[in-house]
Design a protein around this ligand. Structure first.
Ligand code: DLZ
Length: 163
């Protein structure tokens, strides 16, 4: 959880392995693209900064956060990536739709991690309003995309070391 005490873009670089040679997929929701765009930029830039090669980062879009499940599952299965970062943003509206999308997407992405071979990183912002989303997409609380990229690198390294 991002708080005044934790900026999403801050990390201890000495604890992040080199991402050289790792392959990443990023699946991004088109819904709330004004938020998911900056999240994607953050994730992409952080992967590069930590040694990933441009040609080892595959980016694909899906219509909404609910479709992140299928998008991530297919990437993990068919694209030869070591980790998938799923990026979306759900903003609360007037109906319970928010809760269903958040729960569905979260449970779906969790199931991919439990059942699959490729780690899927949870880059879904679930916000009560636009300001909360902006704060976490390059605003005062940093960029969730940066955090996801660092997490993806660490999870690929985790798997490598289990072998
Ligand atoms: C329908 C919908 C609504 C109301 N809100 C959002 C949202 O805030 N963020 C998001 O990523 N997607 C939203 N969607 C679209 C759903 O995720 C999904 O694309 C549709 O329900 C079609 O399956």
């Amino acid at each position: 959880m991002a708080t005044a005490l934790h900026n999403l873009s801050e990390y201890d670089a000495s604890k992040v392995p080199s991402a050289a040679g790792m392959r990443f997929g990023i699946v991004v929701s088109e819904w709330n693209h004004n938020i998911t765009g900056p999240l994607l930029e953050g994730a992409h830039a952080t992967l590069l900064k930590n040694g990933a090669a441009e040609e080892d980062i595959l980016v694909r879009t899906v219509p909404g956060s609910f479709e992140l499940i299928y998008g991530a599952a297919q990437m993990a299965k068919s694209c030869g990536v070591d980790a998938v970062i799923a990026i979306g943003c759900v903003i609360r509206g007037d109906t319970p739709h928010f809760d269903y999308i958040c729960q569905g997407a979260t449970q779906g992405l969790a199931a991919l991690n439990a059942e699959g071979d490729v780690p899927v990183i949870y880059g879904l912002l679930t916000c009560n309003n636009l300001q909360q989303a902006q704060d976490r997409a390059g605003g005062i609380l940093g960029n969730k995309g940066d955090e996801c990229a660092v997490t993806a690198i660490k999870m690929v390294d985790y798997k490598k070391k289990l072998r």
